[in-house]
Design a protein around this ligand. Structure first.
Ligand code: ZN
Length: 277
């Protein structure tokens, strides 16, 4: 099926071929389709949200614009997964999603066409390499040999699901993946592929460190407003004041990794006001 897609950055329009399987399914509703560079326009890549009737429900920009080198690297020749390879296999947004799932502990299901695409061990290995020791393991990646979306069986509802065409069928979150995008952006500026992962691990460890600090703080109080918490984290950890977005990452990490009750101690003045109306 063809649908007319417009680049959300420069406005160039082009008909794009979408696999019929996307529209034949009832299970996932709206699907995020990754549009790589040169598919619609030569400069930009982005995500299109398409429902099962073929109607475009929205777009999401990807700020990071990069062409992936096509040549296999030395590490890859030895069978080692690299960032370049992961971007090639799952697309940039697919990779942001995989990293998000890894940090925040969501199960992952990836549909594949044949057994040889099952790279569970190698994918879990690289996923674990970007996390601090005590957070390795936990939710992993499951490969499912299935072409029909409607036949995909998930053990958990809150799972990230990708198909074999780099489309994102389900994300158990609504937020944009800005942190993951920034993390990849910094990493790909480095040429050494092992250094790339190390840099990612450091950036993620810093976030987790703030989350651990916040967890300890929350354990000893009844509740706290977001703005007060943002100030306390900065003051007591001696770091620049964190943003609301950063706090939302910390809050989600606490909810997903430690306890939803603990996370709910963080209060938002606006939300509270709206609840009173
Ligand atoms: Zn464009």
């Amino acid at each position: 099926m063809q649908i007319k897609v417009t680049c959300p950055i420069c406005g160039i329009e082009k008909d794009l071929n979408i696999p019929d399987v996307v529209f034949a399914q009832k299970k996932f509703g709206t699907i995020k389709i990754q549009v790589p560079q040169n598919a619609v326009c030569s400069e930009h890549q982005f995500i299109v949200f398409v429902d099962s009737k073929g109607i475009i429900r929205g777009y999401e920009k990807i700020d990071l614009q990069m062409a992936i080198p096509t040549e296999e690297t030395e590490l890859e020749k030895k069978g080692i997964l690299t960032l370049r390879k992961l971007i090639q296999m799952y697309g940039l947004y697919g990779l942001f999603s995989l990293i998000h799932a890894k940090i925040f502990n969501y199960p992952v299901y990836i549909m594949i066409n044949n057994e040889s695409e099952d790279i569970t061990d190698r994918l879990n290995k690289i996923g674990n390499s970007i996390l601090p020791n005590q957070y390795k393991g936990a939710a992993g990646v499951n490969f499912i040999l299935e072409q029909d979306y409607d036949k995909v069986k998930l053990k958990e509802k809150n799972a990230l699901v990708l198909d074999s065409h780099k489309n994102i069928l389900n994300t158990p979150w609504d937020e944009k993946l800005k942190f993951e995008e920034d993390t990849i952006q910094k990493a790909v500026e480095i040429i050494d592929e092992e250094e790339q992962l190390l840099l990612m691990q450091q950036g993620i460890a810093k976030l987790i460190n703030e989350a651990e600090y916040t967890k300890n703080l929350l354990e000893n109080i009844r509740e706290i407003y977001e703005d007060d918490l943002m100030e306390r984290i900065a003051k007591e950890m001696m770091i620049p004041k964190i943003t609301h977005y950063r706090l939302s990452l910390i809050k989600n990490f606490i909810k997903q990794r430690y306890s939803p009750n603990l996370a709910s101690k963080i209060k938002n003045k606006v939300e509270e006001f709206l609840d009173l109306l």
